[in-house]
Ligand binder design. Structure first.
Ligand code: DC
Length: 220
């Protein structure tokens, strides 16, 4: 077991966990893992490689073969910058589909462990506290109402130059929640001992302060 501390932040899509996790990492000088980006990269890789998303073996092979690089906010797949491409709703939905395939989750397992580097890591996703880093020093389960999440996702997409409709987003979010929560492997659920944080009526900075307070006050 590693002595490098991990803060695991899990939650549903568009709950704000990415923003909160990134800011917590910056405040502590820790590394940051956006595990959802890895599933999005695997989905994009499969789509670009012409693999059928239902073909578990083919998608897992693509996932193992991909070369990913994170440079601050920028994300590269091979030589291509895909920072915006992976945020498209189509890629998000495909990511949620392939994330239900055990061989794909296995293919991304070691890649995720590799992000655990000194002085520490803040990791966000669906199974950070339950599967990937069960020995995390702090486990947080972040939620927000479906309406608050749709608003945030709408703003995010418009800022990135995508078109979006609130009605479609609400439907997409509900479908994605159901798929991420009901799948057989690594379903979305709070880990034992996780702190629950509902951010519907909170700013990102209030949520960051709460996480940092829990971390400072953790039993060590
Ligand atoms: O957090 P996100 O919306 O970028 O994640 C995209 C999809 O990837 C999400 O619908 C489910 C999947 N995912 C997962 O299964 N496990 C993770 N640790 C992170 C994401």
């Amino acid at each position: 077991m590693s002595s490098i501390p991990v803060i695991a932040i899990d939650g549903p899509t568009a709950s704000g966990k990415g923003t909160v996790a990134q800011r917590v990492a910056a405040r502590l000088g820790y590394h940051y893992l956006d595990s959802g980006a890895l599933y999005r990269l695997a989905a994009l890789s499969a789509l670009r490689g012409g693999a059928s998303l239902a073909d578990e073996t083919a998608v897992a092979i693509q996932a193992r073969a991909m070369t990913v690089r994170f440079a601050g906010e920028r994300i590269f797949l091979g030589e291509d910058e895909v920072s915006n491409a992976i945020r498209a709703e189509e890629v998000g939905n495909s990511a949620s589909r392939i994330a239900a395939l055990p061989a794909v989750r296995q293919a991304l397992y070691d890649l995720q462990l590799g992000f655990r580097q000194a002085p520490g890591l803040v990791a966000d996703g669906r199974d950070m506290a339950t599967v990937i880093f069960p020995d995390a020093a702090l486990k947080v389960f972040l939620t927000a109402s479906v309406e608050a999440r749709a608003q945030r996702r709408y703003k995010q997409l418009i800022e990135k130059g995508f078109s979006a409709s609130m009605a479609d987003l609400l439907k997409d979010l509900a479908e994605r929640d159901a798929r991420d929560t009901n799948r057989a492997v690594a379903p979305l659920r709070p880990a034992e001992g996780a702190h629950l944080l509902d951010t519907s009526d909170m700013t990102a900075d209030q949520a960051v302060d709460q996480v940092l307070n829990w971390y400072a006050g953790r039993a060590s």
